[in-house]
Design a protein around this ligand. Structure first.
Ligand SMILES: NC(=O)c1ccc[n+]([C@@H]2O[C@H](COP(=O)([O-])OP(=O)(O)OC[C@H]3O[C@@H](n4cnc5c(N)ncnc54)[C@H](O)[C@@H]3O)[C@@H](O)[C@H]2O)c1
Length: 452
């Protein structure tokens, strides 16, 4: 091991205790995880010189894109930024300027893909643009850190998986809860039967916004509204359809279940250990206001998995849509695993169990181990160098996004469907209706031909 990673046993144990105290994780798990992390860092190939930092382009310079690019800037140089809103592109270029260099500004991502000095695409566009940007990047063999949910539809996911694999690019989906030790511990314990046989997974996501009606207004200077809308139906500009709020419109996204659901359903799937459910049904609890956001603020869905696990996905109004606590005594967003011998609850703040011993007792040396990552962006750059899959690989990103898309299809159809997770098609009663919703018509010129 590299000398720089050799720390005294005392220092190591001190770090483990501090991590355990700060996170509420059991000490045995913190020790295992931190020991694993030191080895993972030591395994990383060293760069020949500080100049050998990959060139990064940010496509989609809104809130999350800028946040992701800030993390990526620890591992490479932001050489280009791209947005269909010039104000957002300009703000990002200013943010990532330094050492006398300012990233080049683009409004059309296809031009970014032509640059040889761009090795990596960080992509933070709204959901309805993810697929075409990811496909364009994969085609010219650029590695991609792409935001969740992977796609707008299940069919798009099949295209992206194929392109990523056939072009051999590294793809990390922005489902960063896989790089969080609490979620890792919960899933590893469940996989090892710590709560007996897993029977039910309850997923709680923050309720979506229920607002409206909204009215069209002039398109702001600097925003290319037609380009922003891309493949979706063309409508007059409505501020609440655009930045940040696009997630509450079925045209661009899926509401709470593809927003927070992309994270918590990914964790549920990690613990369940299967590709997809065998059936899905969903009901709207609070419907939209006419002329307002189109995704229901509150809903409830039930999915069954081939190993007998029932998954219930529900909204909670006790956390706001960003995940902040509204009602201290209410239902937090998170995931609860219920087994024949107890339960484990986990979210971004805590992990708890029906009996503390369920968390305290170490796993045996022959236990099933899940992949370890403590830093989602770092894990991606490590994979860029090793060419091994990162923790949220493309198939995982696709399958976890599909859970949300299946719920959206059931919500919008108002009926129960049977799903074949192997063939990725609906089967049985209602199959024709379901299968007609696996893809959407893409408005020209923003269909697959747009990227050549
Ligand atoms: N991983 C997480 O925890 C997390 C958190 C928040 C958002 N997200 C995801 O990140 C994505 C962006 O969300 P946001 O909240 O930052 O949205 P946002 O509206 O703030 O930003 C999106 C940006 O993309 C730009 N854009 C739209 N079409 C484009 C195109 N064709 N080319 C280039 N730029 C384009 C928009 O103009 C805007 O600046 C969403 O898919 C969302 O689900 C992930």
């Amino acid at each position: 091991m590299d000398k720089s990673f050799q720390i005294s046993r005392r220092t190591f144990l001190g770090r483990c205790s501090a991590t355990a105290a700060a996170t509420g994780l059991p000490l045995w798990f913190a020790q295992e995880q931190l020991a694993g992390a030191a080895e993972a860092v030591a395994d990383k190939p060293t760069l020949p010189s500080p100049n050998d930092r990959p060139g990064i382009a940010l496509v989609g310079c809104g809130g999350q894109g800028r946040g992701d690019a800030s993390n990526a800037a620890n591992y490479g140089e932001i050489v280009a930024v791209c947005d269909v809103d010039q104000r957002h592109a300009a703000a990002a270029a200013k943010k990532f300027a330094g050492d006398g260099k300012t990233p080049a500004i683009y409004n059309d991502f296809r031009k970014v893909m032509e640059r040889d000095d761009v090795h990596i695409i960080v992509q933070g566009t709204p959901d309805h643009w993810h697929t075409l940007v990811n496909l364009a990047a994969a085609k010219v063999k650029k590695d991609i850190y792409g935001e969740k949910p992977l796609t707008l539809t299940i069919d798009e996911g099949k295209h992206v998986v194929k392109a990523v694999r056939s072009n051999r690019v590294v793809f990390q989906t922005g489902t960063q809860q896989r790089s969080d030790m609490r979620f890792h511990l919960a899933c590893e314990l469940v996989r090892n039967g710590r709560i007996g046989k897993l029977q039910q997974v309850d997923v709680f996501v923050p309720a979506g916004l229920r607002e409206g009606p909204f009215h069209s207004v002039p398109v702001p200077d600097g925003l290319n509204w037609d380009f922003w809308q891309g493949q979706t139906p063309s409508v007059d500009y409505v501020k609440e359809r655009c930045h940040t709020m696009f997630r509450w419109w079925f045209d661009y996204s899926g509401g709470p279940v593809t927003d927070w659901g992309a994270h918590h359903n990914d964790i549920a799937r990690w613990a369940i250990g299967l590709d997809g459910p065998v059936d899905v049904e969903a009901k709207v609890v609070t419907g939209p206001i006419p002329g307002g956001y189109t995704t229901p603020g509150e809903f409830e869905a039930t999915l069954n998995w081939a190993n007998g696990v029932k998954q219930v996905v529900r909204t909670t109004t006790d956390d706001d849509w960003g995940g902040w606590v509204l009602n201290e005594k209410g239902q937090r967003n998170g995931v609860k695993f219920q087994g024949t011998e107890g339960w484990i609850w986990v979210n971004r703040d805590e992990i708890s169990a029906s009996d503390k011993e369920l968390l305290r007792a170490p796993l045996p040396s022959n236990a099933i181990r899940l992949e370890v990552s403590h830093n989602h962006m770092g894990n991606f750059f490590s994979s860029v160098r090793s060419r091994k899959d990162p923790i949220s690989n493309i198939e995982g990103g696709h399958r976890s996004a599909s859970v949300g898309h299946l719920i959206v299809i059931a919500l919008r159809s108002g009926r129960k469907f049977q799903w074949d997770p192997e063939k990725e098609i609906f089967i049985g009663d209602g199959a024709q209706l379901g299968n007609s919703q696996l893809a959407r018509e893409m408005r020209k010129p923003y269909d697959y031909s747009f990227i050549g």
